[in-house]
Design a protein around this ligand. Structure first.
Ligand SMILES: [Zn+2]
Length: 234
């Protein structure tokens, strides 16, 4: 909210940019809310692929974790520790027949284009393959509450997986059996993108959510001995 401008629901777009290895871009918006699209990052990835990515002749700054930092709030836990890559280990647990306990390990991998002479490359990322199309999800009772408060009026099965007590309202199948934990990783990547540069570190998250992600980041940024900013041409 620097300069008094609020921008909401930016995490899926930031997640797509970070997942594709984009550091610099110009985004033109005519509203204070990023469109929710289908509740995933798939459309943003398609746009990035269409535009292509140009490599710049400048060093990339990377946020390198040097010491483990952890945050806990009841049974919600999140930590980050040193690693050469950006990795996320995530566990979610919802008492619902479609979810239950799901775990997923994501390792960032932005393979380079086969043509090294081309200035524009097409992103071929592990993010695009494993994470981008996982949709957000909600429960019918939450949506009823939001509607009463005049919120989420555009929310529907077109932009989320909507779960009832024992099933879901969507008529098309899940995109992955573990789509829920994959979307949680999508959110973590988007929230951590607010650090402002790629992260070299291993994240472990258990039952986390946006407020836990924000709390871990604040704690990490305050622990100045726990990280350094390095320049790389990779
Ligand atoms: Zn999300």
């Amino acid at each position: 909210m620097r300069r008094g401008v609020v921008l909401s629901t930016c995490e899926h777009l930031l997640s797509a940019l970070r997942g594709s290895g984009v550091d610099n871009c110009f985004i033109d918006l005519d509203n204070i809310e990023i469109p929710i699209m289908d509740g995933s990052s798939e459309d943003f990835i398609a746009l990035i692929e269409k535009a292509g990515i140009a490599e710049q002749k400048a060093a990339r700054r990377v946020f390198r974790v040097l010491e483990r930092v952890a945050f806990e709030q009841g049974d919600r836990k999140m930590s980050i520790e040193p690693s050469e890559k950006f990795e996320i280990d995530c566990v979610i647990n919802f008492p619902h027949p479609f979810i239950g306990k799901q775990t997923f390990r994501y390792t960032e991998d932005n393979a380079k284009d086969e043509n090294p002479h081309s200035a524009i490359r097409t992103p071929q990322s592990s993010y695009g393959r494993e994470i981008a199309s996982a949709r957000t999800f909600g429960f019918t009772h939450e949506i009823d509450m939001l509607r009463k408060a005049n919120l989420a009026l555009g929310g529907s099965i077109d932009n989320a997986i909507v779960l009832t007590d024992s099933g879901m309202l969507n008529e098309t199948p899940l995109r992955f059996a573990d789509e829920f934990v994959r979307h949680k990783i999508l959110d973590i990547i988007g929230d951590l993108a607010l650090i402002g540069m790629p992260i070299a570190g291993r994240v472990t998250a258990e039952k986390s959510g946006h407020s836990v992600h924000a709390s871990l980041m604040s704690k990490l940024l305050k622990a100045e001995h726990a990280w350094e900013i390095v320049e790389t041409f990779n």
